[in-house]
Design a protein around this ligand. Structure first.
Ligand SMILES: [Zn+2]
Length: 364
């Protein structure tokens, strides 16, 4: 009999909403901190998103040189491959390391080369989403979009934004997004996360209408706007949803009240993602465990969610075919103990899969 975690780890997945600097394996980061005579512990909880964004900004300072950076990128790909990820597209922000470690081009090349080396070593496919924080000025965002464009077909697959929803709207990134789109990159925009029931849906609409987003990071506040949900479903806009992150930052009041099941019921294609597992302590497999355990989604439903990753334009044809075959094989494979009615003890979640901030809620 295969345990639930083991079976969900084996589910072939795409992982497309994972911030590089919030996704390095904890053990690798702790090793790096120890080598500098320090330590790294993730906070048990964040009071709010602001506190999280501040903590997130401390990670790059631990990276001393390009070798450290490459080692962390490589460790990330290996860790993701262990979780059944067949297509990985981390969000990278070379600007967090440049100019300290080198110019933007050198830092980007170091990250992309290490990610591609990880891909070659593990046999999975790896892209990258060059991401700008919403606090960045427009000119630098445009420079970064041009930089991303130079890596089309050479390791960068998308350009996007991250960080808190900008109350002034995304207009100043319009030109950067157009540069990226014209270069053939996917445009992946964080929206519908930090805003409320009104601002949240508005930010998703602006991502689509102003920036021409081809994919939305989060998008969970779209549930407050049935017309928007219908549009996301009709246009097949994939929303890369991150349940454990949403719980940790108070975007969702509880996992039971998380918008993902409503998005699925409305026909919105979602994927499940870890966002920042270094900080939230829940890897991608843990997100699927939440879907099984809290939302009662069966194997076929989980395979459909994983399958939404198959349709992403970033995947190469051979990997898409391998992904589809692996999904079919997974559905047909041993499923003992994996059904929603199977008696799964509450302590079956690995320690690392239950974020401290949400452990109580997971058990309820
Ligand atoms: Zn994110």
């Amino acid at each position: 009999m295969v345990g639930m975690t083991e079976r969900l780890r084996a589910l072939p997945k795409a992982h497309t909403h994972l911030h590089l600097d919030g996704g390095y394996p904890l053990a690798a980061v702790q090793r790096l901190a120890r080598a500098q005579g320090g330590s790294f512990e993730r906070p048990a909880r964040f009071r709010d998103a602001g506190e999280f964004f501040t903590a997130y900004g401390t990670m790059p300072a631990l990276v001393r040189d390009l070798d450290d950076l490459a080692a962390l990128c490589l460790a990330l790909v290996h860790a993701e491959a262990q979780e059944g990820v067949l297509y990985l597209e981390p969000s990278i922000e070379p600007q967090l390391y440049s100019p300290r470690l080198g110019d933007l081009d050198t830092v980007t090349r170091t990250i992309v080369d290490a990610l591609q080396r990880g891909a070659a070593e593990t046999g999975i496919e790896v892209g990258a989403n060059l991401t700008v924080n919403t606090g960045l000025e427009a000119g630098l965002a445009e420079d970064l979009a041009r930089l991303a464009a130079r890596f089309v077909g050479a390791g960068i697959t998308a350009f996007g934004t991250a960080g808190p929803d900008d109350p002034t709207g995304p207009q100043r990134f319009e030109r950067a997004a157009r540069l990226a789109r014209d270069a053939g990159l996917q445009v992946v925009i964080h929206a519908g996360q930090t805003g409320g029931p009104v601002d949240g849906p508005a930010s998703v609409r602006a991502a689509l209408d102003v920036l021409g987003a081809t994919r939305i990071s989060h998008g969970v506040h779209a549930i407050h706007d049935p017309e928007l949900l219908a549009r996301l479903a009709a246009e097949g806009i994939v929303c890369d949803v991150c349940p454990a992150s949403n719980l940790a930052l108070g975007v969702a009041a509880s996992l039971e009240a998380h918008p993902a099941p409503a998005m699925l019921a409305a026909g919105v294609p979602i994927t499940l993602n870890a966002d920042d597992p270094l900080w939230f302590g829940a890897d991608i497999t843990a997100q699927y465990e939440i879907a099984r355990r809290v939302w009662g989604i069966d194997d076929a439903g989980l395979a459909r969610i994983a399958g939404n990753g198959v349709r992403l334009p970033s995947l190469s044809a051979p990997v898409r075919a391998r992904f589809e075959a692996a999904l079919e094989e997974w559905i047909g494979s041993e499923a003992d103990g994996s059904g929603p009615d199977a008696a799964v003890p509450d302590d079956s979640l690995p320690n690392d899969a239950a974020p401290d901030a949400s452990a109580g809620r997971l058990a309820r």
